[in-house]
Ligand binder design. Structure first.
Ligand code: SF4
Length: 306
């Protein structure tokens, strides 16, 4: 198969010398966009179920979650290394000594080779970044920032509770500490055409970012987005339209930036739309088809570095 983009699997093989699987860890974090610090309604696409009281978990459960996660995949990936992925909600939203205890519980697991930590750009104070910088000297570590769009109007529509300037500030302070940075972006957001999608790619291309996760906007039950969608106010792209935007984006992304994801992974039980989002490989195949038709690849339109 043609190498149209730089997938995470290739980066992991180059870095670790073998395949790597991420094991999701839910440390029971909350989110300032839910608890009233920034807002109470959350982002319009965010699934409320991740904030149920049943999620309150202790540090001890991290080891158990890692054990269970590894057990689930180890038969299929016998020679794999494992990364603990602190994924649901805002995984730096706690006092720094509590964060350190949680992260150290994960990296002390004998089968864990690194950490991936997902969070908001406005939840990485200097004390948190100093902790992550210390840990990154001990283990592989990636800090994943949810951005979604570089357009403040879109961020307000999504009720993100932060603006693009706060993302730029987080990137600057994280890169001063040589942290490995990943960014989450949603393509084809309402009100964003092809131009805005390309603009976000071009802005990110100029920043010290190591990896990108692309998502399509999908609608799940019991969210404000679901209400807007039911009222006919949310246009969603077809698979081919999404693939076209993703290829536009990747053509403007430097070839050494790792592409961790090409589209969202919608939970089938809760997905309302678009239907194609439930098909695991549909987006990848459509994106590869469009690359083949255009005769381009990741980085094709990135200006040469001076
Ligand atoms: S920042 Fe993340 S966890 Fe918080 S409301 Fe938005 S999507 Fe949900």
């Amino acid at each position: 198969m043609e190498d149209y983009y730089y997938p995470l699997s290739r980066y992991f093989r180059r870095t670790f010398g073998r395949p790597v699987r991420k094991v999701t860890v839910d440390a029971g974090f909350s989110c300032p966009n839910r608890d009233g610090t920034v807002g109470t309604r959350g982002c319009i696409f965010c699934d409320n179920r991740s904030f149920s009281p049943a999620r309150r978990m202790g540090i001890g459960s991290i080891t158990r979650q890692i054990d269970e996660g590894i057990a689930r995949v180890s038969r299929r990936f016998a020679d794999a290394a494992f990364i603990a992925y602190f994924q649901p909600s805002t995984n730096t939203y706690a006092p720094v000594d509590h964060l350190e205890a949680l992260y150290r519980q994960a990296i002390s697991h004998p089968q864990i080779s690194g950490l991936a930590i997902g969070t908001r750009p406005d939840c990485v104070g200097d004390d948190v970044l100093d902790l992550l910088a210390r840990l990154s000297r001990e283990t592989w570590l990636s800090l994943e920032l949810g951005l979604q769009s570089s357009c403040d109007q879109t961020l307000a529509f999504l009720n993100r509770g932060h603006n693009f300037a706060s993302f730029l500030d987080a990137v600057k302070r994280a890169s001063q500490r040589n942290l490995r940075l990943g960014v989450h972006v949603i393509l084809a957001l309402p009100g964003e055409g092809r131009g805005q999608c390309r603009r976000t790619a071009e802005i990110l291309a100029a920043l010290p970012i190591h990896s990108i996760k692309l998502h399509n906007l999908y609608v799940v039950r019991d969210t404000p987005l679901a209400e807007l969608w039911a009222a006919g106010q949310i246009p969603l792209p077809s698979l081919e339209e999404y693939a076209g935007l993703a290829v536009d984006f990747l053509e403007r992304t430097p070839e050494d930036v790792v592409i961790e994801r090409l589209a969202g992974d919608a939970p089938r039980d809760f997905l309302l739309a678009p239907a194609w989002s439930a098909e695991k490989n549909a987006a990848r195949l459509a994106i590869e088809r469009q690359f083949a038709q255009r005769g381009t690849r990741q980085g094709a339109f990135v200006p040469p570095r001076e």
